[in-house]
Ligand binder design. Structure first.
Ligand code: SAM
Length: 341
């Protein structure tokens, strides 16, 4: 049997997951992600149009990618989002059709969830840092909590499950909601994932002391819940735990919670992710300082073989770890909103 071409990096990690940022624009301005004003937007002419995006994704799927996650910026701001999902879900490679999922702030899902599910979207992650409208305004600099909650409801109704919610805890800002957020997620049958804040904000204001660590998150949750680690993490960023009411070790689990400890418990050894920015640059890590330009060769008529070779070239330069904890760590030039979270 012919050996399938695999996306393996020099450290033996096989890559199956491609995160595609669809735009660097967003309808929120979360303090840990984007500045309130003065965002240096990507020039419009550099953004990949639908056929370009599909052409690169087709090559990636042909090379072994089996999971595609759409992100941004805010992916739902793309007017052609339903066509993008349909086009990606119809691709086929050595591993069959890719699973297409999305990370979104949920605004817009009330209108789009049904059409996205029909187009082939398999799963969705919605970011939710607070359940309090006034705090949402403070954190996201926009009064849109009701729209996010309506989007969550719509995606559940559309069967876009299992639904995941993403929360970044910030000391003194929303740590007092850790238990309420988890209770809310369990109540709607969603898995909440607490993400350690990473040095990727546009304002370069991240500090190690300011970050709420995974250990702290677990302590906060311990006031109300018993967490029992689940095995079988594989390449997933989240450590997952079964959740039971505190002091009831024999009770049925209420659900699960995930903790993504990118900074204090890095999981680079199992990383299987590549990232494509909205302007067609391939990155082998959130924190990579180099990128491989796929847009220019594509626009100059590069063949699928030539683009595949560029993907392998990018992968060959992947470092063993993100290096956040190294003394000479440099925050990437692009903020999270222009890389794709
Ligand atoms: N707009 C979409 C959303 O809100 O989910 C997708 C893009 S957003 C950049 C993707 C995820 O990255 C969100 O869950 C957000 O909370 C997270 N994020 C953004 N900046 C972060 C940072 N500095 N550290 C950790 N997570 C961050």
């Amino acid at each position: 049997m012919r050996r399938l071409p695999l996306l393996v990096d020099p450290h033996g990690r096989e890559h199956r997951d491609l995160r595609i940022s669809l735009t660097d624009h967003c309808n929120l301005r979360c303090t840990y992600c984007m500045p309130e004003q003065g965002v240096p937007w990507l020039p419009k002419a550099t953004l990949l149009a639908l056929p370009e995006l599909l052409a690169i994704a087709e090559v990636a799927v042909g090379a072994g990618i089996s999971e595609i996650r759409l992100t941004g910026g805010e992916p739902l701001l793309r007017r052609d989002i339903v066509e993008i999902v349909a086009g990606l879900a119809a691709l086929s490679g050595p591993a069959g059709r890719p699973e297409v999922s999305m990370t979104t702030n949920g605004i817009g899902l009330a209108k789009l969830a049904g059409a996205l599910a029909e187009a082939g979207l398999a799963r969705i992650n919605v970011s939710l840092d607070t359940l309090r409208p006034d705090r949402f305004v403070q954190l996201a600099r926009r009064d849109r909590l009701a729209d996010t909650l309506a989007g969550i409801e719509a995606s559940l109704a559309a069967g876009l499950g299992p639904l995941k919610l993403n929360t970044v805890l910030m000391r003194g800002i929303n740590t007092d909601e850790a238990v309420d957020l988890l209770r809310h997620a369990l109540g709607i049958g969603a898995e909440l994932r607490f993400i350690e804040q990473m040095p990727l904000d546009a304002g370069h204001t991240w500090t190690r002391e300011g970050m709420v660590t995974a250990d702290e998150t677990q302590s906060l949750l311990a006031s109300a819940f018993d967490l029992r680690a689940l095995p079988g993490r594989g390449a997933a960023p989240a450590e997952r735990f079964e959740v039971r009411p505190v002091g009831s070790p024999d009770a049925e689990p209420l659900g699960t919670v995930g903790i993504i400890a990118s900074v204090t418990r890095p999981f680079c050894g199992n990383c299987d992710r590549l990232r494509l920015t909205a302007d067609g640059q391939l990155r082998n890590c959130l924190f990579a300082t180099g990128e491989t330009d796929l847009r220019t060769p594509l626009r100059s008529g590069a063949s699928a073989e030539e683009l595949t070779a560029l993907i392998h070239e990018n992968l060959a330069a992947k470092l063993p770890g993100h290096g956040i904890n190294d003394p000479d760590f440099l925050q990437p030039r692009r903020p999270m909103s222009a890389i794709g979270g």
